[in-house]
Design a binder for this molecule. Structure first.
Ligand SMILES: C/C(=C\C(=O)SCCNC(=O)CCNC(=O)[C@H](O)C(C)(C)COP(=O)(O)OP(=O)(O)OC[C@H]1O[C@@H](n2cnc3c(N)ncnc32)[C@H](O)[C@@H]1OP(=O)(O)O)CC(=O)O
Length: 267
């Protein structure tokens, strides 16, 4: 696959996958989702790679789902909408189940699905300028496919607050609630921090690390299995094509406040 929206580099035991659609804040559409998934599978299969870093070009880490792409739900068939949600489900399953340790290198905004990408990585480091939001309900959407990973990372209490309010929160708050493991002043220190973590990871047995990851998924209590993913996929598919979802997406793209209708809640 020739990539348009990501770049991958391999060297010194590390595979770096960089989201490379900076002009759209690395918001993911069908192409970017397919490329990230393919890139991760290739890094998983590459015997030169022991550790995978997920990074992003430009000032934002990732603005989540591309809302122009999300908007197409209004004109698409239910099967097409389901296929879109399953693509994101496959991406997050692939990332979560990678046998190699994964690190997220986070700068700038990480919204919606961008938070999901971070939560599905094993370890995350953010710079002080990082800002996070589970912004979906602002758009009449649900953080559905990302929810199992977000819940596993920050727990139910914080998930309730940030999923329902869609408030923005700082790098310091992301650190406090466990979404990221370390915060550093800027880009240079991000590279240093990632480098130190990579060095620590490369010292350990790769098979033991793969076993640890498999063990954590089982022992953590709620392994994210196919039925969990299917449930999340079904929910975002329904909401995305609903009157409220259509209004939220239109309002964002038209740069106006959404006009919510109480009856939309019945969907
Ligand atoms: C995974 C699931 C759902 C989702 O992920 S829903 C998407 C959630 N994401 C958002 O809510 C992010 C929306 N974007 C913003 O809040 C801001 O743009 C920003 C990322 C904080 C950056 O702000 P800034 O002021 O720096 O830039 P602008 O707002 O002027 O944006 C420039 C330009 O980029 C467009 N854009 C930004 N984000 C998106 C996006 N996600 N999709 C499409 N386009 C985006 C923005 O519209 C501007 O475009 P112009 O044409 O230049 O006006 C579901 C599940 O879990 O199931």
């Amino acid at each position: 696959m020739n990539y348009q929206s990501i770049v991958t580099e391999v060297g010194d035991g590390v595979g770096i996958l960089t989201l490379n659609k900076a002009e759209r804040h690395n918001a993911f559409d069908e192409t970017l989702i397919a490329e990230i998934t393919d890139g991760l599978r290739r890094l998983e299969a590459d015997p030169q790679v022991r550790v995978v870093v997920v990074s992003a070009a430009g000032k934002s880490f990732c603005a989540g789902a591309d809302l122009n792409w999300m908007k197409r739900a209004a004109a698409a068939t239910p099967d097409e909408n389901l296929a879109d949600a399953r693509r994101l489900g496959d991406l997050l399953t692939t990332l979560n189940e990678l046998s190699k340790p994964t690190l997220a290198r986070v700068q700038g905004p990480a919204y919606g699905g961008g938070v999901g990408l971070i939560a599905a990585c094993d370890i995350a480091v953010a710079s002080y300028d990082a800002v996070f939001s589970l912004s979906e309900v602002k758009l009449g959407l649900v953080p559905a496919v990302i929810s199992p990973y977000v819940l596993a990372a920050i727990g139910e209490r914080y998930a309730r607050r940030y999923m329902l309010t869609a408030e923005r929160f700082s790098a310091a708050e992301a650190y406090r609630i466990g979404l990221v493991h370390e915060i550093v002043p800027g880009a240079e220190q991000l590279d240093d921090a990632i480098g130190e973590l990579v060095d620590a990871l490369l010292k350990n047995g790769p098979n033991a690390q793969a076993e640890c990851k498999a063990l954590i998924r089982v022992v953590a209590g709620q392994p994210i299995d196919d039925s969990t993913t299917e449930e999340t996929v079904r929910r975002i598919t329904r909401v995305r094509a609903s009157p409220e979802g259509r209004e939220g997406l239109a309002a964002f793209l038209e740069k106006r406040k959404p006009a919510w209708q109480q009856s939309d809640a019945e969907m």
